[in-house]
Design a protein around this ligand. Structure first.
Ligand SMILES: NC(=O)c1ccc[n+]([C@@H]2O[C@H](COP(=O)([O-])OP(=O)(O)OC[C@H]3O[C@@H](n4cnc5c(N)ncnc54)[C@H](OP(=O)(O)O)[C@@H]3O)[C@@H](O)[C@H]2O)c1
Length: 289
């Protein structure tokens, strides 16, 4: 199998390429292949001998995305909606297996139990809306598709942007107070775990939608305290704050409890591949040294 990786310079894609160094992969850079140049993309796909296309590319800055709200001619819409549509159409006609990465932000976040794959999405911001439309485009083209929804992936190292774990670590190390939301349920995912789960799905040629996240949930407050404790930093810097209070000044609305249920994946592939929140932070610490 040969995997064409799109968005391989991003937080998740770059770690995917590190962990699959002994796989047959090809990952054109943005300069080599502008994914929004659909004419070039089509000829690239036609010439490619990859039988699998894995799409990590997206416009992911949730507040920046909101500035293009309802703009169907915008860059966000093109990348998050038109690109997956285009990929699905081409992969279907070229007989390539498409894996598209989506997000927990397709959900409204009002449930008091984790979201399962069959729950009805209802995004609260433009990022979630465009990601859901992207999923729909992939689904509409063919019955053979794989959509994977991760939540809050975090990595031991990625210089270009921070994630939930490394934001908290940076603040703790700088002695800064953290406003930890204490009434929000999250299932943050250590990026390696996400990738090992993804590889199991790819190897099984799985179809449909799968959630890949931590096996238990936490809150941003509890997560920050856990990070402080495991890294030997001052947990008293973490102060509880209400979801509504924390989010009232942000550009884009956030879903409160868009946490994910991973029992579909575990039912099919077994337990032990996906990890608990605590096991994941232990692994993060091991990798960060
Ligand atoms: N990060 C999260 O918290 C999170 C949470 C849930 C789901 N997800 C989903 O997981 C996936 C990966 O997220 P991520 O955080 O790894 O994304 P990311 O770090 O923002 O990376 C986005 C990737 O898309 C590429 N890209 C953007 N426009 C392009 C273009 N016109 N041509 C070629 N490449 C282009 C970027 O390349 P350049 O930077 O080189 O331009 C980069 O490699 C996305 O589908 C995202 O929606 C992410």
């Amino acid at each position: 199998m040969k995997i064409l990786v799109l968005g391989g310079s991003g937080l998740v894609g770059s770690r995917f390429l590190e962990l699959t160094a002994d796989y047959n992969t090809v990952a054109p850079t943005h300069e080599e292949l502008d994914l929004l140049d659909f004419v070039h993309l089509e000829s690239y796909l036609q010439r490619s001998d990859a039988d699998i296309v894995l799409n990590f590319a997206a416009f992911t800055n949730v507040d920046e995305v909101e500035k293009e709200k309802d703009n169907k001619e915008g860059l966000v819409y093109k990348l998050n909606v038109k690109l997956p549509k285009y990929l699905a159409q081409n992969c279907s006609s070229l007989n390539k297996y498409l894996i598209h990465i989506s997000t927990d932000y397709v959900f409204e976040g009002k449930k008091q139990t984790p979201y399962v794959e069959s729950d009805v999405p209802n995004p609260v911001n433009w990022y979630g809306t465009t990601k859901l439309l992207g999923e729909d485009e992939v689904r509409d083209v063919s019955s053979e598709f794989l959509v994977v929804r991760p939540e809050m992936p975090y990595s031991a190292h990625f210089d270009r942007k921070l994630d939930i774990a490394r934001v908290f670590l940076k603040m703790l190390k700088e002695g800064k107070e953290i406003n930890g939301v204490s009434d929000q349920k999250i299932t943050p995912t250590f990026v390696d775990t996400l990738i090992y789960g993804l590889l199991r799905l790819i190897e099984a040629k799985a179809g449909g939608i799968y959630h890949l996240a931590s096996t238990d949930s936490t809150t941003p407050y509890d997560f920050a305290v856990m990070v402080a404790q495991k890294f030997g930093l001052d947990e008293k810097l973490v102060k509880p704050v209400a979801f509504e209070e924390y989010n009232k000044t942000r550009t884009a609305k956030r879903p409160q409890n868009s946490y994910l249920d991973v029992s579909k994946f575990e039912g099919e592939f077994g337990s032990g591949i996906l990890k608990s929140v605590s096991e994941s932070v232990d692994e993060l610490k091991k990798q960060m040294g």
